[in-house]
Write a protein that binds this ligand. Structure first.
Ligand code: C2E
Ligand code: CA
Ligand code: CA
Length: 557
């Protein structure tokens, strides 16, 4: 026998079981098949034998330390098993009726009902248990147990029917949830969380005057469908509902966010419409300025792209699809090669070359950057080792360090390990750390940087000038070089005043004993200006684009 538990949530589960099994007169217990432990007992069981939760059935009923040889618990099939035996606890012969059920959490369990053999009329027969099952299924086929609102399957079928049968009207699906609902549960308790959910259910009923065009889909996710004449009308409706929801006496705010899908293509399955509304809702998470968003096809495409990249990235690393490119750096005063930046390119077997801006930001969010960067650093170390072995004088390679590495404080360890593996001295590796990182937790970062510097690594602030507090920043941090951001340079050099800003920035950096690199140098004029401003080093398309190692070896050395 199987009770369809999918629609019944853990918290609600006991309430449901209570409401059914407490109405019967017999003792009913539920036994976990794996552990033989009593995991549930009805009120009659409490009345007759006290709290037995956690006790094994062999201990309780048979006074055995280990499962009995003929115990049906471990051996049950799908049919009902009935046993009669004398049980000391009850001091009488009892009849045990066992039925296999699906407990929640995918646990297999037995429902055992106990009655005294001599007392007639108290048997929970198989038929009675089937009634229990049927009632459970029926109660929750259409309704959400906590709120009594239509559940998702009822909502799907209602919305589908209404949208299909009214081709003259335009419909929208709105899906919404509570911001940080998990924190409400964690801080105020699940029962309070339940109350918040019930409050929203009441607001929906009030807002739509019981039209039942809404649903609690699951946990804190609700949905409704509505016909509309223009988008403004949908937003007004949302504002009205939000107002109702916000008027409450909870100790916490119930902040709801809404995603809207306009059901213009009526043959899109309703669950997909809801998924899309839900996707729209996700786009505004964490944005305090927005409480609703319309579904946008572009967003879905972006998500698909992200999914496909995430699917491929592990294999790509294994298959060496990530290639190191090098972009040379030149000393401005004499035009000599003085280093190169390590930049990554992904050669995807189907999609061809993917530029880093299409995957680095994603890897920085999903953490894969840790593995990719370590791979690139190793490529850099291998390259330098190769140059040394060939008898060339290596130029330092600068590698990019991402935010993640500073948080995971094994940066120092990983780098030192690599130096050891390739028998290199640290002066060959420059670490580029993006400026925005310094704005986060400067003290924490500085501690890491001082250690790295003490080991002999050269440190460079990447994208300098892209942020707002750049000038303040260089006063407080321990680095060797600043690398002026391309945009900063382009924007400032465009005006006379801007030129003065760049000049003074360079002067100040030099007063602080910092080297200055200009990145993204594209024109002769820029080179001339930088030379006059005493900038030390330049990197950019004017000199060379990033290139594979072979090309670098041929053209740059
Ligand atoms: P970034 O560190 O600021 O790297 C400089 C970017 O500017 C590179 O883009 C380079 O190709 C480009 N560039 C250089 N000179 C010029 C120029 O004269 N004009 C123009 N328009 N662009 C120029 P790329 O290689 O596409 O890399 C983009 C960003 O991706 C990098 O910016 C860096 O933040 C990140 N990145 C690339 N490879 C890696 C890597 O292996 N690890 C990490 N963490 N980030 C990487
Ligand atoms: Ca860089
Ligand atoms: Ca940069």
């Amino acid at each position: 026998m199987s009770i369809n538990m999918e629609e019944i949530y853990n918290l609600q589960f006991h309430k449901v079981i209570d409401s059914i099994l407490n109405t019967v007169k017999e003792i009913a217990v539920i036994i976990d098949i794996d552990s033989f432990e009593i995991i549930y007992q009805n009120s009659k069981a409490y009345e007759v034998m006290g709290n037995r939760i956690g006790q094994t059935c062999h201990d309780l009923l048979c006074l055995n330390d280990v499962p009995c040889i003929e115990c049906p618990v471990g051996l049950m099939g799908d049919t009902t098993v009935v046993r009669e035996k004398y049980v000391e606890l009850f001091d009488t012969n009892i009849r045990l009726t066992y039925n296999k059920i699906d407990w929640y959490d995918s646990k297999k369990a037995l429902l055992a009902t106990i009655k005294g053999v001599n007392k007639a009329n108290e048997d929970i027969s198989t038929a009675a248990i089937q009634r229990v099952t049927a009632k459970l299924e029926e109660t929750y086929k259409e309704k959400d147990p906590l709120t009594g609102l239509p559940n998702y399957s009822k909502f799907y079928s209602d919305a589908e029917t209404v949208i299909r049968n009214n081709p003259d009207k335009d419909y929208a699906i709105v899906v919404f949830d509570i911001e940080r609902f998990k924190s409400i549960n964690d801080i105020y308790g699940m029962l309070e969380g339940d109350e918040a959910i019930k409050h929203i259910a009441q607001c929906l009923e009030k807002c739509f005057e019981g039209k039942k065009n809404y649903s609690r889909m699951h946990s804190d996710i609700f949905a409704y469908y509505i016909d509309y004449k223009n988008k403004g009308q949908i937003i007004k409706g949302i504002e009205k509902l939000r107002k109702l929801i916000n008027a409450n006496s909870f100790d916490f705010d119930i902040n709801t966010t809404y995603g809207i899908y306009l059901a213009t293509e009526r043959n899109v399955p309703i669950n997909l419409m809801c998924d899309r509304a839900s996707l729209a809702c996700k786009t505004i998470k964490g944005n305090i300025m927005k409480f609703c968003a319309f579904y946008d096809e572009q967003y879905r495409e972006d998500m698909l792209k992200i999914n496909s990249i995430e699917k491929d990235m592990y294999k790509a690393l294994e298959n060496h699809e990530f290639k190191m490119y090098l972009q040379p750096k030149y000393t401005l005063s004499d035009g000599l090669l003085c280093g190169a930046e390590v930049l990554c390119r992904w050669f995807h077997p189907q999609k061809g070359m993917i530029p880093p801006n299409d995957f680095i930001p994603l890897f920085e969010r999903n953490g894969f950057i840790l593995r990719l960067d370590e791979y690139m650093w190793e490529e850099a170390c291998k390259t330098i080792r190769g140059w040394l072995d060939e008898g060339r004088k290596p130029v330092p390679l600068s590698v990019n360090i991402s935010r993640y590495h500073i948080k995971h404080n094994d940066l120092e360890l990983v780098l030192l390990k690599l130096l050891k593996k390739y028998d290199l001295s640290p002066e060959y590796l420059t670490l580029e750390i993006t400026e925005s990182l310094f704005l986060d937790k400067p003290e924490e970062l500085n501690r890491v940087l001082v250690k790295l510097q003490n080991h002999g690594f050269k440190l460079e602030v990447d994208d300098f000038g892209a942020g707002f507090s750049s000038l303040n920043l260089i006063r407080n941090i321990t680095v060797d070089t600043i690398k002026m951001d391309k945009e900063f340079l382009d924007n400032e050099i465009a005006s006379e005043k801007g030129k003065i800003v760049v000049n003074h920035t360079i002067d100040m950096a030099k007063d602080l004993n910092l080297l200055v690199v200009a990145e993204g140098v594209e024109t002769e004029e820029q080179v001339e200006f930088l030379k006059q401003s005493n900038c030390d080093i330049a990197q950019g398309f004017f000199y060379a684009k990033p290139m594979p190692l072979e090309a670098f070896n041929e053209t740059c050395f």
